[in-house]
Design a protein around this ligand. Sequence first.
Ligand code: ADP
Length: 481
Amino acid sequence: MQVLFVTSEVAPLIKTGGLADVSAALPTALRDMNIDVRMLLPGYPQVLQALVNLQVAADFPALPGFPPARLLVDVLPNGVPLWVIECPQLYQRGGGAYQDATGIDWPDNAHRFGLLSKIAAILSCAETPLDWKPDVVHCNDWQTGLTPAYLHFVAGAAPCVMTVHNIAFQGIFPSQLTTNMGLPEESFQPDGVEFFGDLSFMKAGLYYADHITTVSPSYAREIQTAELGFGLQGLLVHKRKVLTGILNGIDTKEWDPAADPNLVQPYDIKNLQGKSANKRELQNRMGLHINDKIPLFGLVSRFTRQKGLDLLLEVASQLIALPAQLVLLGSGDKEMERAALELAHQYPGQIAAFAGFDESLAHLIEAGADIFLMPSRFEPCGLNQLYSQRYGTPPIVHATGGLIDTVVDCNAVSLLRGDASGFIFNSMDAPSLLAAARRAVATYDDKKTWRLLQQNCMSKDFSWRQSAAAYHDIYAQLMRP
Ligand code: ADP
């Protein structure tokens, strides 16, 4: 079985969020199942610099009017073979994958990701210049959404799986780009790529894909509703028979408290002693009072309303009055970044904040915090609550999407059953979040119960094994004549 995995980010080369982690871990898990997975990625400077053995694989003009592209080939550090699209005019620049350094979307994103989509399509049909052709092409999020649309109009093309990591981001562009991108005019209609008069990359992917997956069973249900479908719920209800929710797994080697180079002391489920050394290190590094008596709340997140940062900032002063400490790491909305830094300034030693992206600090927070915070308004899957459970740091989560699929609320029944693993709050408001935080702190103060809770968290299996098998089954189904 040969699968082309098309993505706009992969850890550790280029990462803005969970998609990069999934793109690193899922193909590896699939290769472990003897599937020949290969990746296609844009040639951002970060990627070209990190890969030192890139060789030219092919040169071809991808789209009329587009700069010609060159395909380079190499192998990722995790052993996954990949092709990188070299097109300096579109990818060779400072800033991030989707935005410039000030957080503004690149004005030519339609072309940047139209090219990615188009090349994926070329590699998945008879036109390919390579001697390897996939049985299935696996697209991820709007950046790859045009691939299924291109392939729909080509005879004998590989079937497509489209995975939705977050339906709030859709890649919407002016209608005239449809033909600029080399799509037939007839595709610009409600039964096609058109979305309220514009071209939607996400809708294109969903409409033309042979199978749609998303990253948790609950989110698969939620995107079929007006509340969380962001306008695409009707199409998703229509395609519900080919829509599957498959939980994301985690890279259990990368995120392992027993062997994490970012920690000052390793620990595991049998011996959690090392966790306190990491708490001290975190307090020390972030300028918090060294205190092992009160719980430390941690958060690692994009700073957006989706992640409930607004709510968290609103209740921060009440959280530390429980009493507790709070450490925040994240970047995104500049106003939220400023408010987080201001809180740290206002409550020195009790609240600490770092505005920016820091992979190593993220690991230390998962390990050094006592309680993890994830008050997302909506959450397709979420990875941080999985990491935090693996690190024995029970999370407080809002009852939404992947969070309810992966966290079991701690109460008398779940404690008795032995699967309690965190604290769930139902209503997206301050009293509800604070009530969960109070429950968490009360449980933390009961050392025996807390230890049980931590052990429940750490014994859960969040590896990719089961989920990779579910993807395998979908590929196999699509390959059946
Ligand atoms: P999303 O993809 O919606 O941002 P996820 O929870 O699925 O959310 O994944 C987020 C990933 O990005 C996690 O690996 C998390 O640790 C990481 N991350 C987010 N913000 C930062 C940051 N400021 N510094 C380091 N890692 C971060």
